[in-house]
Design a protein around this ligand. Structure first.
Ligand code: SF4
Length: 219
């Protein structure tokens, strides 16, 4: 896919906003792949503001992938208590065991290998690749897909083709330098959660408004 004409302006504005107004989230201060994985599992169905409470507690109890792999299932469930959707805790526990047994205790860095682990789909695989290993991968969840749709207004077909277009678009607008791609991916998450919300996008105060085909004057 060709890079859309408004992509450069969008990237500049998004990164400038993120550098001055990023949320201070504990998993952004680490590149430890195990810790990033724990945060991504917790964030799968829970808002960041709640995960902030549980994340340090879980890591205090299981600071390494080996600690988690050796834990009893009942204890892991207790450590997850309050977050709900316990299937995530079960998958994370099994994942730790697989990483220790088959990957020498090292979380893989390639999205295709990450996807073979329990509970890891395309989004989480890309998220770990970029947020832990600073690889040029584009994690696209519903928030990110919504922002990209609104900003670039790509022609979308129904179903799998439409999803493919959004994934291609996400890759086309991703900055080339991996460290900047890390920031860009985090910034997209922040924009989707705080400004370009599903129900009430705050277009008048949006930092990328002038580069947006929906809320700006680019239509
Ligand atoms: S201008 Fe509006 S639609 Fe566009 S990215 Fe910002 S909040 Fe979303």
């Amino acid at each position: 896919m060709r890079t859309p004409p408004n992509a450069l302006q969008f990237k500049r504005r998004l990164l400038a906003w993120f550098r001055r107004a990023a949320r201070d989230l504990p998993w952004r201060a680490t590149r430890d792949p195990y810790r990033v994985l724990v945060s991504e599992f917790m964030l799968q169905q829970t808002q960041a503001s709640r995960v902030v409470e549980y994340y340090p507690r879980f890591l205090q109890r299981y600071p390494t992938v080996h600690d988690l792999a050796n834990a009893r299932p009942k204890a892991v469930r207790e450590a997850w208590d309050g977050l709900g959707y316990y299937r995530r805790a079960e998958n994370l526990h099994r994942l730790a065991q697989v990483v220790v047994k088959r990957h020498d205790g090292l979380v893989p860095d390639r999205p295709d290998v990450l996807r073979t682990l329990p509970g890891v789909g395309p989004y989480t695989a890309a998220a770990v690749a970029t947020f832990a290993y600073e690889k040029r991968a584009a994690p696209v969840d519903t928030n990110v897909a919504r922002v990209l749709r609104r900003v670039f207004r790509p022609r979308l077909q129904d179903g799998a083709h439409g999803r493919r277009t959004i994934l291609d678009l996400a890759q086309a607008v991703l900055p080339h330098r991996p460290k900047v791609a890390w920031e860009f991916n985090q910034a997209l998450m922040d924009l989707g959660a705080r400004v370009c919300r599903a129900r009430k996008p705050d277009c008048p105060r949006c930092p990328v408004r002038t580069a947006c085909k929906t809320g700006g004057k680019m239509v």
